[in-house]
Design a protein around this ligand. Structure first.
Ligand code: HOZ
Length: 429
């Protein structure tokens, strides 16, 4: 058994200050049991805990670490920027430099605004869509998670699903009365919603590949169907690429699936591991934001120079090594995802693997997982057992069946081998 004495001591100490000892609920491991390791440092594909244990990292800080931890060009960029000042609360050239790269990768993002998190990005995009259309209703999908803004905490995925909180306490019914939560991958449900509320729906917000109910790809034609229904009904399509942006391809899921949103939200990889998000899209829509228009949105740390520097270093590297990066991510992730599925098959454990590029989920169910209802059918006890055993075997998975796993370019054949070895132990008997 690995010693986790120091981590347990740190957890006890953290519980004096933070509810559950954490600053974000899923980190407490409540859904999988066992003790959360406390991270001492991270490098490449590995996390090292306070007791000196090493883990292959398969959650990558929940998505941002596509280049692996402490990637030297990113570290250097942050160091340099910090020497020039940590925060200005005023405009600087780094903002437009990162924006230029974003627009190059996402041509549909004609104009944008930087914020500090994916939550802020989605919350602001919804406000903008409502302000632009003059309508109140928002369509979201069950199991999709767009951050913890009040109006979006309806049948949300991620930690909300993990902890079985269908809608958060503290959110008045009046605040969510304009949020319509529909099943994912079901165009007929969207069509009916538009028919029931003509000229009342401001926007659809969607994770183009769901990551927050575990990984769930869109059915063929689904995203195009959403695009068509928005256009026909005068609503805006918001594609939440906080997880998928720069991950599935340089231009995210919208490039992979060939869909053009009105607004896009970004986060995670965008900030190279520093707190950063963005929302952007059609210039005529974005220009409704203050100071040009009446929709208000602001932030002291928006466009923070350290986050801009880390984002620029990350995206410049991705652009410069596009073919090599995305083909390596594809092949290493395939080896890990399909390799473990094969181990499960040999061990007689029902498992369904959903994977798109370098994001994936092993669901403990024999059935295909195409929406949140199917994801919920997977055996959470079996997932928890698997998680604890993998951790003991030196592999750190996202601690919830409702979160995607992520692979970085620092993962290679030896990490594949380590994951498969750990899985052989974890799935035996
Ligand atoms: N809900 C976040 C991922 N989908 C988890 C963030 C965290 O705990 O760091």
């Amino acid at each position: 058994m690995r010693s986790m004495a120091k981590s347990q001591e740190l957890q006890a100490s953290a519980e004096r200050f933070f509810p559950g000892g954490v600053n974000s609920p899923v980190r407490a491991f409540r859904a999988v049991g066992g003790h959360p390791p406390f991270v001492a440092r991270a490098e490449g594909a590995y996390l090292f805990d306070a007791d000196g244990n090493r883990y292959v990292d398969l959650f990558g800080s929940w998505g941002p670490m596509i280049l692996g931890h402490a990637f030297p060009p990113v570290v250097e960029a942050i160091r340099e920027a910090a020497g020039r000042g940590a925060s200005f609360g005023a405009s600087h050239a780094g903002e437009a430099s990162l924006a230029e790269l974003v627009r190059r990768c996402f041509p549909a993002v004609e104009k944008m605004r930087f914020v500090s998190s994916g939550t802020e990005a989605c919350m602001s995009a919804i406000r903008l869509a409502r302000g632009f259309t003059g309508r109140n209703f928002v369509i979201k999908f069950e199991g999709c998670y767009h951050g913890h803004a009040d109006a979006l905490l309806v049948k949300a995925g991620s930690g909300v699903a993990t902890l079985g909180i269908p809608g958060s306490a503290g959110v008045p019914a009046e605040t969510v009365m304009h949020t319509l939560a529909l099943p994912y991958n079901d165009l007929a449900a969207v069509e009916s919603a538009f028919m029931a509320r003509p000229r009342e729906i401001a926007c659809i917000i969607v994770e183009p590949v769901v990551g927050n109910a575990g990984t769930i790809p869109p059915a063929p034609g689904y995203l195009q169907g959403l695009r068509r229904l928005c256009t026909e009904n005068g609503a805006l399509l918001i594609v939440d690429e906080v997880m998928t942006g720069f991950r599935l391809s340089l231009g995210g899921a919208q490039q992979v699936y060939g869909v053009t949103p009105d607004l896009t939200t970004l986060g995670k990889i965008l900030g190279g591991g520093l707190p950063c998000g963005a929302f952007g899209g059609r210039a005529d829509v974005m220009d409704v934001l203050a100071p040009l228009g009446p929709v208000y949105q602001a932030g002291t740390l928006s466009g923070n120079p350290l986050a801009m520097a880390a984002g620029i270093a990350t995206i410049e590297y991705l652009i410069g090594h596009e073919t090599a990066v995305y083909s390596q991510l594809e092949s290493v992730t395939r080896s890990i995802a399909e390799g473990v599925e094969q181990v499960a098959r040999e061990a007689g454990v029902p498992m369904t693997t959903n994977r798109v590029g370098s994001m994936f989920t092993w669901f403990f169910t024999g059935e295909p997982v195409t929406d949140f209802a199917f994801a919920s059918k997977s055996d959470s006890e079996a997932f928890g057992r698997f998680h604890r055993r993998m951790l003991e075997g030196g592999v750190w998975l996202p601690p919830s069946q409702y979160e995607a796993a992520f692979v970085s370019v620092a993962h290679g054949p030896s990490e594949v081998e380590m994951v498969l070895n750990a899985a052989r132990g974890a799935l035996a008997g």
